[in-house]
Design a protein around this ligand. Structure first.
Ligand code: CO
Ligand code: CO
Length: 306
């Protein structure tokens, strides 16, 4: 493939980056999800928050979005479709993002996606890689949306029990992104389908670093460990675990359930930020709910979980 002048980051990071002559860069991503909850407005909100996340994880500011919605006209009413779009519009409005268009199509399975464009200065892009020894790893949302939505689908959970997960899935990563930039963080990504360990591993690719994760400091949403212990673990967590397990050294103290939970696929998860421990105060100032879950030291591109 011939490279087009201006292309700074192609496929492989959270979003692509294309820089214009002015030094301003376009940051672009697309994300499509199927329902995680029954409420159409909430589903729309989650889909939009989730799609914006890849822009924030690059340190960029989202500006415009296109929405795509696939639905079965025999299954979904016009009201349901309108409610989903209303949820999308609400989140875009709160993020200051202009909806510039979209497309609907007939599809057997309901799905909503957004293609989002943001802007950033060429010098201030936050890529997944770029962490250095001595930095800490910060996580800005607790884990467990995969387990909780699986429990909901299996009738093991009420919408009431899901409120905490809904709150997190509709929380924008905007403040976390701003704090990461202000703290001169050197790497950032968001936790989504590959789970914490999958996305943390992405941060190490090609590096001479070891990442040490301390499970005692990893936050989980309420009820998640209990549900997982009773066998409610999404298929995706097992797949992620199979993929990552040879690249991770687990301490014998780390239980099987916790190992799997570290691989729980997240919808609209938090940011993972590599930053200097002295700059954590900036995250407090931006009122980011963050947890220091590990640190980077010299190594060979592996993760150690203790
Ligand atoms: Co991402
Ligand atoms: Co994505």
């Amino acid at each position: 493939m011939t490279s087009v002048p201006g292309l700074k980051i192609g496929p492989g990071d959270d979003a692509g980056v294309f820089c214009l002559d002015s030094g301003t860069c376009l940051v672009e991503t697309v994300d499509i999800i199927t329902p995680v909850v029954d409420d159409p407005i909430v589903f729309g909100k989650i889909a939009a928050t989730n799609a914006l996340s890849d822009i924030y994880s690059m340190g960029a500011v989202p500006k415009t979005a296109l929405v795509i919605l696939g639905f079965d006209p025999c299954e979904s009413s016009k009201e349901e479709v309108q409610a989903i779009l209303a949820g999308v519009v609400e989140v875009l409005g709160s993020a200051g993002v202009a909806l510039t268009g979209g497309h609907t199509l007939e599809d057997r399975e309901l799905k909503v996606g957004l293609a989002v464009t943001g802007v950033a200065d060429e010098e201030k892009i936050l890529t997944s890689s770029g962490a250095s020894a001595g930095q800490v790893l910060v996580l800005t949302k607790p884990l467990g949306t995969g387990v909780l939505s699986t429990a909901l689908k299996g009738g093991k959970l009420s919408m009431e029990d899901l409120q905490e997960a809904i709150k997190w899935m509709t929380t924008l990563n905007d403040r976390a992104s701003k704090a990461a930039l202000e703290a001169n963080s050197s790497a950032c990504t968001d936790v989504t389908g590959f789970g914490l360990l999958g996305h943390a591993y992405n941060m190490l690719r090609g590096s001479a670093l070891e990442l040490v994760i301390e499970t005692a400091h990893v936050p989980f949403m309420k009820g998640v460990i209990e549900l997982a212990s009773s066998g409610i673990i999404p298929e995706g967590a097992y797949r992620n675990y199979e993929f990552i397990k040879d690249r991770v050294r687990f301490s014998r103290m780390v239980k099987e359930i916790i190992r799997l939970l570290l691989c729980d696929p997240q919808t609209s998860g938090g940011l993972l930020v590599a930053t200097h421990p002295d700059s954590l105060g900036i995250f407090d100032r931006h009122r980011v709910n963050y947890h220091v879950i590990g640190h980077f030291r010299k190594g060979q591109g592996t993760i150690t979980v203790v």
